[in-house]
Design a protein around this ligand. Structure first.
Ligand code: FRU
Length: 507
């Protein structure tokens, strides 16, 4: 279908006009993030098309510019030289064609490759009747032409729901191109995503191509009887050491929102043989991560910090929607494989550029229940790192109380007795006032380490050396800024507590 370049440009011009008109108003609010990327205006979800191209990091994302709620999808676009300072560019892709222009669908999630110097994007065109895979190209990394032969892949394998065939992630292996997509053999029931009787069983499809435009089905990488999810969104396959990792964002796996499987991919059959399963992040608000390799050889991951309204832990409304925006993108995390086959996630070293006002406490003794107040920059936009001597601690748990004032507070608890990390936002002042827990490994060891990144609303927590991670949004009052640490039912010894304020790099 011949690309209607004029129509496409006209929609992009409208978006740019709307953004220019509203961005200064949106900027004002104290909930706008200081160092997590956000679109200047509107709703965002999945980051995608992540690539380092002509030396710059490119970040595209699902964008509905016109309201603070999900709507017809466009691809927003930003670039950075260091993964920290982002510059928003004009909208990259807009819904202009029959196969991607449906109001209520649009340009869904995809990926990017460098094909002999041409930046080549793959995305799902979501029209009313079906989801199809499409391609667009650019030689300047700013202006994109949709391929005249779109869609490049419109038929999912037999038995697959035509409405749930999406999120192409493309890579090259041994001279051929491969694409994974997420599918289900059921019919989506978003209100109850765990119901596999209607939602069916989630699968990941593998296709192969020699030229990026003609694709043949190789096989299913994973299939399940529901235990791997009812629909597997945003699949990625990548190599780490001598293993492969398949990660995806399942519907219907309750607290497991972002799953990784470590194993081996058989390129002949498409089958993914795996032995280890883990969660990339246990928070309410970390979804649809995408992976890419940068020119320094690092395997990096970024995700959407946000949550779908139909998730059981979200009450269908968002604290910032009325302000004309929602969602942010997580700090880039470097992924590595540990000896036991699990993954660990480390914020890229570039985040240290943001630090100011360092403070350090050593040999801190916490007596049962006594709160130790500390400072970290303005206490809201900051990084906190604690090394805890568990051998010299006899408490049941160690609690970091953040964004605290009167009744309002958020608790991050290392529960050593239960072996749990808990994030409690029941008193944060937010909607979706809930507490979430996940298994904590260090509880059975002599030492523990915790690293917390706080921004205006997002909180990224790393423990177990980056093996246990939780990301959540909290929408607290501007002046709720108390920071405390204390021990419960016993004493604790914190060897070092380091804090930094974090600079604002918001545009
Ligand atoms: C994941 C997702 C993708 C889809 C996109 C639509 O968050 O549901 O599967 O392509 O969002 O915005």
């Amino acid at each position: 279908m011949v690309f209607d370049k004029k129509k496409h440009q006209a929609i992009i011009d409208q978006v740019e006009e709307y953004i220019a008109e509203h961005k200064d108003t949106v900027k004002q609010h104290h909930w706008r993030e200081h160092y997590h990327y956000q679109a200047p205006v509107g709703w965002i979800n999945d980051p995608h098309g992540l690539i380092q191209y002509q030396g710059k990091y490119h970040l595209f994302y699902q964008h509905h510019p016109f309201t603070g709620k999900w709507g017809t999808m466009h691809w927003g676009h930003a670039v950075s030289e260091d993964l920290i300072h982002w510059e928003t560019l004009p909208e990259a892709l807009a819904p202009s064609e029959e196969y991607d222009g449906w109001d209520g669908g649009g340009i869904f999630t995809g990926s990017a490759v460098n094909n002999d110097g041409v930046m080549t994007l793959f995305y799902t065109g979501c029209a009313q009747a079906r989801q199809v895979q499409c391609m667009a190209t650019s030689t300047d990394g700013i202006n994109f032409d949709k391929y005249d032969g779109n869609p490049i892949l419109s038929d999912p394998p037999e038995g697959i729901n035509l409405h749930d065939f999406r999120d192409p992630k493309v890579w090259k292996h041994d001279g051929s191109w491969y694409m994974v997509t997420g599918v289900t053999d059921g019919v989506s029931d978003l209100i109850n995503p765990s119901n596999y009787e209607t939602n069916g069983f989630g699968k990941v499809c593998l296709h192969r191509s020699e030229n990026l435009t003609d694709w043949e089905f190789v096989g299913y990488c994973v299939e399940s009887m529901g235990e791997l999810g009812t629909m597997l969104e945003c699949p990625n396959i990548f190599k780490l050491g001598d293993k492969h990792v398949l990660m995806y964002s399942p519907m219907g796996m309750q607290q497991r929102q972002v799953v990784y499987l470590v194993g081996d991919l058989d390129y002949q059959t498409g089958k993914f043989h795996w032995s280890t399963m883990g969660s990339l992040d246990w928070g309410f608000d970390y979804y649809a991560p995408q992976v890419f390799d940068d020119e320094n050889g690092r395997t990096l991951i970024q995700a959407w910090i946000g949550s779908w309204p139909f998730m059981p832990w979200c009450d269908g409304t968002y604290d910032t929607s009325e302000l004309g925006w929602y969602g942010s993108i997580s700090l880039a995390r470097e992924v590595s494989l540990c000896h036991d086959g699990k993954l660990k996630f480390t914020p890229v070293q570039e985040v240290e550029k943001l630090r100011h006002s360092p403070k350090r406490h050593t040999e801190l003794k916490l007596n049962d229940g006594e709160k130790f107040a500390f400072e970290a920059g303005d206490n809201v936009h900051c990084e906190i790192i604690a090394d805890i001597d568990l051998a010299a601690s006899d408490c049941d748990s160690i609690v970091f109380e953040i964004r605290s004032k009167g009744e309002q507070k958020t608790l991050i608890e290392l529960d050593l007795k239960k072996g749990e990390l808990a994030f409690d936002r029941t008193q944060s002042g937010s909607r979706s006032a809930l507490r979430r827990t996940c298994p904590l490994e260090c509880a059975s060891k002599d030492r523990a380490n915790i690293r917390i990144f706080m921004d205006s609303i997002s909180v990224e927590v790393f423990t177990d050396g980056g093996r246990t991670v939780m990301t959540n949004n909290i929408f607290s009052d501007e002046d709720s800024a108390g920071l405390y640490v204390y021990a419960k039912n016993g004493n604790a010894r914190i060897e070092t507590l380091k804090t930094f304020g974090m600079k604002s790099v918001a545009e």
